[in-house]
Design a protein around this ligand. Structure first.
Ligand code: 5GP
Ligand code: ZN
Length: 113
């Protein structure tokens, strides 16, 4: 998708610190981390937000979570971590390409702000 910052990061047209990539998924460090470890996990496929998902995307969305587990293992996040999809305006989504936040290295409160 043209003019999508995360598509450009996946294509390496914009630099980022990539921590994991495969055929379907790219994961990179958040530019403005909200925790000692803050990774964004995205599908290579441009999907703007949850409402745009189709049944064909179910495996892809599962891959996001499985990659989160793999990265959390690599980072040694033994005391847990938070996984978040901000979705739409009220959900606090700023970048219109689905991304799973993996945040760790500190304790998070609940409910989220
Ligand atoms: P959202 O609010 O959409 O859930 O989160 C978007 C996230 O993308 C934010 O945490 C923001 O810091 C991060 N971000 C925005 N632009 C860039 C960028 O160009 N590079 C990287 N690595 N992260 C970005
Ligand atoms: Zn995109």
């Amino acid at each position: 998708m043209e003019n999508c910052i995360f598509c450009k990061i996946a294509a390496k047209e914009i630099p980022s610190t990539i921590v994991y990539e495969d055929e379907h998924i790219v994961a990179f460090r958040d530019l403005n981390p909200q925790a000692p470890e803050h990774i964004l996990i995205i599908p290579r496929k441009h999907i703007a937000r949850i409402e745009a998902l189709t049944a064909n995307d179910t495996e892809l969305m599962g891959r996001l979570v499985f990659v989160a587990k793999h990265i959390a293992d690599n980072l040694g996040l033994k005391n847990g971590y938070r996984l978040v999809f901000n979705n739409g305006a009220n959900g606090g989504q700023e970048v219109e390409h689905i991304h799973l936040h993996l945040m760790g290295g500190r304790k998070f409160s609940w409910p989220a702000g």
